[in-house]
Design a protein around this ligand. Sequence first.
Ligand code: NAP
Length: 482
Amino acid sequence: MDQTELLQQTCHVGGRWLAADDGSTRDVIDPATGEKVGSVPHFRTQETKRAIDAAAKAFPGWRDTPAARRGELMQKLADLMMEHREPLAILLTREMGKPLAESRGEIAGGVGYLRWFAEEGKRIYGDTIPSPWPERRLLVMKQPVGVVGAITPWNFPSSMIARKLGAALAAGCTMVVKPAPQTPFSALAIAVLAEKAGLPPGVLNVITGEAAEIGAAMIDHPQLRKITFTGSTAVGKQLASAATANMKRVSMELGGNAPFIVFDDADLDAAVEGAMIAKFRNTGQTCVCANRILVQDSVYDIFAQKLAAAVKELRVGNGFEEGVTQGPLVNSAALKKVEAHVADVRAHGGTVLLGGKPHSRGGLFYEPTVLTGVAADALIMREETFGPVAPLVRFHDEKEAIQLANATEYGLASYFYAHNLARVFRVMEQLEYGLVGVNTGMVTTEVAPFGGVKASGMGREGSKYGVEDYLDIKYCCLDLGH
Ligand code: NAP
């Protein structure tokens, strides 16, 4: 199958490919060129209910399929995704703009989650509990929560879905996925391949349309038992409060404001390398993005120079161009936010060491930027920038670094570079984050738990913990009589 066959412009419900009831659609635009990639149906409440009904109908069969068989089908989907890695990556770059090499990496990353969970499904163990009563036996079994609604963002259009889907399918859940409107085609392409892999109809449904109505329909439907959401904290809070009011399980992977701390005993070249990954991957549009770079006094100037030299080497352009490392921002609102953050740093006395303005290519491109002398009360210190801007903040000692790092409502990723072993442990333990990278700017893998604390959410994806979010615990007490 090539890229045009994978570009599916209808929704996948109960094994069928459907338009909206009223035929309405929304266009998807390539952010690098402004050209239309295609269009997708604009589903509303009724179509969403039918998709949940389809997932509910498929649930008993999928739940009762042995884990080993479920695993085989998941591995088959993973194989097909790897076989079609190139067209999937091309589709991803077209709809969201990231460099093609990053898109290829994202497809492989998502496949990693599917393969991990395909195996993990076989290890969903229960317990037997030593009984306080001689005549009774106490058992704990784990069962799938049921139909799951997944709502995902545009910044990782494929892997955000694969890591939810992997855990859900392994647990025996069926799913209705609503991808972001900017990037629906990567999600629909997964459904195309899932169908080809032999996943039974209704096990995976992918719908596009009116977010608020789809979210509300998921929350209202009695057979949808869990919402898993990745996106902004603002939307996550709304969904979580509505879902818990209806006693649905929730997993929330929300925004971040990652500190990246460089201590005076760090290997500065390694720290620059790590900062380049943590800050500029996906043009700074990752939830684990280094948003605040905190550097100790004595190494501040040299680190700033080294970082600026590395940032200067980045190449901005269309993700399909050879050698491009920085694509466009996703839309004009994202570009405006980046511009506002840089203007605010300047207004607070900060300096632009490199970049600091929209790129001369025009459109949605912004120059990779390094800012120095950033004030602790600048907007960029509190909010996710979600763009290619590295703000450098000076700190004096370890205590101040920890205080600055934790002075945010968020708690997803954090990073620090240091060598003193006692310091490494002290800092690791004191950072109020779900993820800590020590002497590395990249921590994500399917074998480790991913997720945040504080306003960055609840629940974990990946690893043995990831599957637990899709399971209910049932305690069974057997009285054997006398
Ligand atoms: P967003 O605006 O919260 O949107 C995320 C998804 O939610 C989209 O599909 C969106 O659809 C949908 N949505 C919005 N309002 C809704 C509602 N009332 N009911 C149901 N669905 C609704 O986030 P974004 O700007 O696309 O993504 C960037 C954010 O995601 C950042 O904050 C980033 O940190 C976070 N993120 C977190 C992780 C993580 O694992 N923690 C990973 C990646 C990204 P519409 O656009 O159609 O409204």
